[in-house]
Design a protein around this ligand. Structure first.
Ligand SMILES: [Mg+2]
Length: 227
């Protein structure tokens, strides 16, 4: 067996983040007696993507990221509520939303004891720890590596280096990363020098120039690659 360690991205790969995010926004709006309109959600997503880009290019830290997206949203919608308060409320709701994609639990249970596995995720520490901890697959992973805790997000090599430190004696060519994001998971894996598997459930066209070793549209296809 070529691979001895599989590194899984969390959101969009094993976990349904879109569902978690939507429900957390709805719960937040309900608490604040705000209308959770499509416009509200779309604008939140727009500002959220922007602050994550700023974080990944080191313009802001994760503390700022948390409230900044709500500040931008509330400025746009002329809502007068403290964004830091809303951020705390939202993150508490979000951290309770743990939804696995179809096939994810089956895959991880099948791989357990055949290969060592860790999760490597860009995200906020307490949110990711709690969400992953609530899932049925939590017990099958050796380590949960979170960008917020190691001070380095994918695609930077540092987060991969810190992950591999846990696996003494394992060579890079025995490691594969499986993830849905070409820019962070696949580019990060390629730059670090490990094999890559792009999970592309919606079969979108890849015009990024970033080429993974494998491409799958059903997460269960990992079994054939890893076996
Ligand atoms: Mg992802």
């Amino acid at each position: 067996m070529k691979y001895k360690v599989a590194l899984f991205d969390a959101d969009g790969t094993l976990f349904d983040y879109d569902k978690a995010e939507l429900e957390a926004l709805q719960d937040t709006c309900e608490s604040l007696q705000l209308e959770c309109s499509i416009n509200f959600i779309e604008l939140y997503k727009k500002f959220n993507s922007g602050v994550w880009r700023d974080f990944e290019s080191k313009k802001i830290d994760t503390q700022t990221l948390r409230w900044k997206r709500f500040q931008l949203l509330f400025d746009e919608l002329k809502i007068d509520i403290d964004p830091k308060y809303v951020s705390t409320l939202y993150l508490d709701y979000l951290s309770q939303k743990s939804y696995l994609f179809d096939g994810a639990e089956e895959l991880i249970k099948n791989l357990y004891q055949r290969i060592k596995m860790s999760i490597i995720t860009n995200g906020i520490s307490e949110v990711q720890r709690r969400r992953i901890g609530l899932s049925a697959i939590n017990i099958f992973f050796d380590h949960i590596i979170i960008s917020d805790e190691v001070g380095s997000p994918k695609p930077e090599s540092m987060i991969f280096e810190k992950t591999l430190k846990f696996y003494k004696g394992i060579e890079k060519n025995n490691v594969i990363i499986i993830g849905d994001n070409l820019e962070s998971d696949i580019k990060g894996g390629i730059n670090f020098g490990i094999d890559t598997c792009w999970f592309n459930p919606n079969k979108i066209e890849n015009d990024s120039g970033i080429e993974a070793n494998f491409e799958i549209s059903d997460i269960r296809e990992c079994l054939e690659i890893i076996d």
